[in-house]
Design a protein around this ligand. Structure first.
Ligand SMILES: Nc1ncnc2c1ncn2[C@@H]1O[C@H](COP(=O)(O)OP(=O)(O)O)[C@@H](O)[C@H]1O
Ligand SMILES: [Mg+2]
Length: 248
């Protein structure tokens, strides 16, 4: 059975897109057929791999999503490109807070031929993120080690719990990953300790270090694993991938 991981956090700039791209690349590199789904109207997961966003989001189109898949340039990794069109976001938002059935159906049927589906969510708890959560088995939450890291988490966890109640046993908390980790900062160690005390084993052992290579890679249309395979961040995303595989 395929595993659908929803990479979500209502805050922007915490490393959702970076984690989506690089975890998907690491899973593909480890031999798994993987699909990266770009659900963010900003389309950074699409452009970050050197691909072009589409005018109409494949998840709200009438055709099956297999017609919209793009090759990523990485073996075993396909991309379902994002779309900046507001119309699509509106269509999803009209679903009265509930996930649009069409989107969820498309995601589930598209997921079937893959071992892993990684969904990059927008920085909100709106209709797009809800739809992604409704189609996913696991939520993976990147958190930046900064002073306000915990802020907004209660709301996020509340939403996740609601969806978990609607679909008992189908959505689990896949894990929290600490991103942009700077071990020279005292604050980083404090936030790390707080999160691990609060969330326990949910927090992955692997942390993603702050590494300029991560920020450079998208401008070359590459994952950091391809752009700088020997970098600290590339190794960290490979280790994160191993932990995700172990948590099956
Ligand atoms: N480990 C890291 N080291 C350095 N820069 C990072 C790292 N992770 C993310 N960034 C940079 O931080 C910014 C926000 O990351 P992004 O993945 O786009 O966050 P989100 O999708 O949550 O908004 C981007 O410019 C990205 O290149
Ligand atoms: Mg993003």
């Amino acid at each position: 059975m395929s595993r659908t991981l929803c990479v979500a956090n209502q805050k922007g700039g915490v490393g959702k897109t970076t984690t989506s791209i690089n975890l998907a690349a690491a899973l593909a590199l480890a031999g798994h057929q993987t699909l990266l789904v770009d659900m963010d109207p900003q389309c950074n997961a699409t452009t970050g791999l050197g691909l072009a966003p589409v005018t109409r989001h494949p998840l709200v189109a009438d055709t099956a999503i297999r017609h919209s898949l793009l090759a990523s340039g990485i073996e075993r990794l396909d991309v379902l490109p994002g779309s900046g069109s507001f119309r699509d976001a509106d269509m999803l938002a009209n679903a009265k807070g509930q996930a649009s059935e069409l989107v969820v159906d498309h995601l589930r049927s598209g997921a079937m031929i893959y071992d892993f589906v990684v969904i990059d969510c927008p920085p909100s708890l709106g209709a797009l993120t809800r739809a992604a959560l409704s189609a996913a088995n696991e939520i993976l939450m990147p958190i930046q080690c900064e002073y306000f890291a915990m802020e907004g988490l209660t709301q996020m966890i509340g939403t996740v719990k609601q969806i978990m109640l609607d679909r008992p046993g189908e959505l689990t908390f896949g894990g929290i990953v600490l991103t942009m980790y700077d071990d020279t900062l005292e604050l980083t160690a404090e936030v790390d300790l707080d999160l691990r005390q609060f969330f326990g084993e949910i927090v992955f052992d692997t942390v993603i270090p702050r590494d300029v290579k991560v920020a450079e890679a998208p401008s070359h249309g590459l994952s950091v694993l391809d752009y700088a395979p020997r970098s600290r961040a590339s190794r960290a995303y490979t280790e994160l991938c191993m932990e995700v595989l172990e948590r099956d």
